[in-house]
Write a protein that binds this ligand. Structure first.
Ligand code: PLP
Length: 455
């Protein structure tokens, strides 16, 4: 126990590395999400459910690379499949079509019946980029509707109202568009309409008002992976977008393979027109995918006429030709890792038992906080959940304003010191590698964190 008291975050190899990194990397991190105060932890090893930092301290990992690692760190079968691919092909990448692309596309279409065809990208952001380009081309309308609190990657047009403050957010039934980044020109901002999640009546009003300009509505069917769409809301949204000629895009980058093998769309039994995937799909390697109706997807089909790389090609377009390319698209090592990940998850017991363990953890944590008379609820779906310190019902982004985030932050910092890895205030993701023993340990470390914070 005394060992535990003195480990981890209080040692200082991470702090030293962070100070050094800040000289060469803006803010010391290569993605803003990796940063947290007082300093992020630098890791050097991972196995199963565990991460080991540069001081040699071990953590149970509930970040799992923001959900990308559904089978934990370094699963032997994923390692083997990746190395075998490298061995068999002798090269890292062909830069040509290859058979694994077809295998993965077939696999996704089997798991996601809303998809007729699939294209691969290198990230979720790129998948969303293609999805909205396809929708704009298909409808010949300029705007995209997105929901307050929903995140879709780094596209200029969608860096809007992801995390607005109470002061800036405007009316609940007609949210202000709050911009999350400088460096975005006004013309890009004008093509985004912010919608209120889980409020069908207000959403309907806005969609009808803007129906002639709206190419698509994009949403996370489970916001942030932990606030589920209400069934009548998501079904209503499907009916409305069908009626108004608006493309419905489910961004399942987080929820794909994590709330069910077939994503949230299989849980709700709703077919979007386009789905974006990423994270788990690459088995830890960078990937994104876009799948959807043939008519929409075929706009990106390459033909001799659409080849923008042929200098002087005299293409007179008879139908929409949507540009989509990428040096690394369909990377064989990524697809080998991703296919093996899906094979592992297709064993029914794997996801089922992960979901059961996740629920056990949620219930045990709720019981624990209740013992200390601390108002805390867990919300989520499948292998993702969040700890929210309020007894108010959480239905949409604005309800999160009720939560006590400073208490949560204090608990999270203590947990880092005690050996639980999660970026403070982030959601929890679990994996097939997390054991009942991990869960028991997590609950007991929460109890110690509560003691320390309440001291
Ligand atoms: N869409 C959703 C729902 C996401 O959660 C994310 C990443 O967290 C993205 C898109 C962007 O994916 P990437 O980080 O791979 O670009």
């Amino acid at each position: 126990d005394r060992m535990i008291e003195q480990r981890g975050y209080e040692k200082d190899a991470s702090r030293r590395l962070f100070q050094h990194a800040k000289k060469f990397i803006p803010g010391g991190v290569t993605a803003n999400i990796k940063h947290f105060a007082p300093y992020p932890i630098f890791m050097k090893k991972g196995y199963g459910s565990k991460l080991i930092d540069v001081d040699g301290v071990e953590y149970i990992d509930y970040s799992l690379c923001y959900g990308a690692l559904m089978t934990g760190h370094g699963h032997p079968r994923i390692k083997e499949a990746t190395l075998k691919q490298l061995d068999d092909s002798g090269t890292v990448i062909f830069g040509t079509p290859h058979e694994l692309e077809v295998k993965m596309a077939e696999k996704l279409i089997a798991l996601y019946p809303s998809m007729d065809q699939v294209r691969f990208t290198n990230s979720g952001t790129e998948a969303v980029l293609l999805a909205i380009r396809l929708a704009v081309a298909y409808t010949n309308k300029p705007k995209i509707g997105k929901f307050e609190g929903h995140y879709h990657g780094g596209l200029n047009q969608l860096l809007v109202s992801i995390n607005p403050t109470q002061r800036d957010a405007g009316r609940p039934d007609q949210p202000e568009a709050v911009f999350e980044s400088d460096g975005i020109v006004q013309s890009e901002r004008e093509n985004t309409i912010v919608l209120p999640f889980n409020d069908l009546e207000a959403t309907e009003k806005l969609l009808r008002k803007h129906q002639d300009e709206l190419a698509a509505v994009i949403l996370e069917p489970v916001q942030g992976g932990f606030i589920p769409a209400e069934p009548q809301f998501i079904h209503g949204l499907r009916d409305l977008t069908n009626e108004l000629g608006i493309v419905l895009i489910f961004d399942e980058v987080k929820t794909g393979f994590r709330v069910a093998l077939g994503g949230a769309q299989s849980v709700y039994d709703v077919d979007p027109d386009i789905t974006t995937l990423g994270k788990v799909l690459g088995g830890g390697f960078p990937i994104g995918a876009v799948g959807g109706h043939e008519e929409i997807m075929m706009q990106s089909a390459a033909t001799a006429k659409s080849d923008v790389f042929s200098v002087g090609s005299d293409s007179h377009k008879t139908k929409n030709i949507v540009f989509h390319s990428g040096t690394y698209n369909g990377h064989p090592l990524v697809l080998a890792a991703g296919l093996e990940t899906i094979r592992l998850l297709e064993d029914e017991n794997e996801l089922k038992s992960t979901f059961e363990k996740t629920m056990l953890l949620r219930k045990e944590l709720e019981k624990l906080y209740e013992t200390y008379h601390i108002k805390m609820q867990t919300i989520g779906m499948g292998s993702i959940f969040n700890l929210v310190f309020t007894d108010q019902t959480i239905r949409h982004y604005r309800d999160m304003w009720q939560a006590d985030t400073s208490f949560r932050q204090a608990i999270d910092i203590e947990l880092l010191k005690l050996g639980i890895y999660l970026k403070p205030l982030n959601r929890y993701s679990t994996s097939t590698a997390h054991t009942v023993e991990d869960i028991e340990k997590t609950v007991s470390l929460h109890e110690r964190a509560i003691h320390r914070v309440l001291q």
